[in-house]
Ligand binder design. Structure first.
Ligand code: TYC
Length: 100
């Protein structure tokens, strides 16, 4: 048996917690214009043209679509900002934030 087999481990293992991720989910409605949905997905969630189009059409056809995943505070801030921007123009657009 070598010395090293008996030595206590002095170094503490540092436990790094991965932040839990949350989905931002876009919900369909009958009133918000498609162009505005695409605009907000690009401006607030940094989607490019074709990603924004796919997410908007998916929500339009299926009722909802995951936009992206973020740490909780980022997901909530983005969803709130997007809802507020829509609401200022009188659109009922909604986003949910859900644990991944
Ligand atoms: N359904 C809307 C319309 O026909 C467009 C729309 C798409 C609204 C996706 C919300 O999440 C949404 N004008």
């Amino acid at each position: 048996m070598s010395d090293s087999d008996l030595k206590p481990r002095l170094k503490q293992k540092t436990k790094v917690q991965k932040p839990k991720l949350y989905k931002v989910v876009l919900l369909n409605d009958d009133y918000t214009p498609r162009e505005f949905v695409v605009l907000i997905l690009k401006a607030e969630f940094r989607l490019d043209d074709s990603q924004a189009e796919v997410v908007m059409i998916t929500a339009h056809q299926k009722g909802s679509c995951v936009v992206s995943v973020y740490p909780r505070d980022v997901a909530e801030t983005k969803a709130t900002r997007a809802i507020d921007a829509a609401s200022q123009l009188g659109y009922p657009l909604q986003f949910n934030v859900e644990p991944e």
